[in-house]
Design a protein around this ligand. Structure first.
Ligand code: NI
Length: 177
């Protein structure tokens, strides 16, 4: 078991676009194992490459019995229906805000064995997929808040980065992605 260090707000890797994976190798399969260990240890329900300093388009997820990894994930369909739910992020510890996401999505990508896959997801799993794909594009969930709430989140993050005391909320386990 290998638990990797999770990058947090302020780390430039979180703001870069991750690269497509040409071929899924044995090294990638080991990376997926380590990412799943890291996600479970955190604990969280999703983890993307940039969060552990790997600028490749890969994320892992675990929602109830649904656990897996996806390379080069792409949203090919999304519902017009949206859901607003509280969301958190392992890279922004202590922050939780309501974010509007598509209720269901269909993803295409490559699994850890190198096979093309198509996955349909709704509710929490769909939210995890959208959140993790954002990570691969250097986007954090606070970017999806309205201006006023984003300013509040940024104040809290700045306080954390500077190590200043202040109010802090903790997202419930199932909302940390
Ligand atoms: Ni996250």
């Amino acid at each position: 078991m290998a638990v990797l260090a999770i990058r947090t707000f302020g780390d430039p890797t979180l703001r870069q676009r991750a690269h497509e994976v040409d071929k899924v190798t044995k090294a990638h399969r080991q990376l997926v194992k380590d990412m799943i260990d890291t996600m479970r240890e955190a604990p969280g329900v999703g983890l993307a490459g940039p969060q552990i300093g790997v600028l490749e388009r890969v994320f892992v997820y675990e929602v109830e019995d649904d656990v897996g990894a996806l390379f080069n994930p792409c949203i090919v369909e999304r519902s017009s229906e949206t859901l607003i739910e509280e969301e958190g992020c392992l890279s922004l510890p202590g922050l939780a805000y309501e974010v509007e996401r598509s209720r269901s999505v269909r993803l295409e990508g490559i699994d850890e064995k190198g096979r093309s896959v198509s996955i349909e997801a709704s509710d929490l799993l769909a939210r995890v997929f959208q959140h993790e794909i954002d990570h691969l594009d250097g986007v954090l969930f606070v970017d999806r808040l309205d201006e006023e709430t984003k300013r509040e989140a940024m104040r809290e993050l700045t306080r954390q980065v500077l190590g200043l005391p202040g109010p802090s909320t903790t997202a419930p386990l199932e909302e940390r992605l």
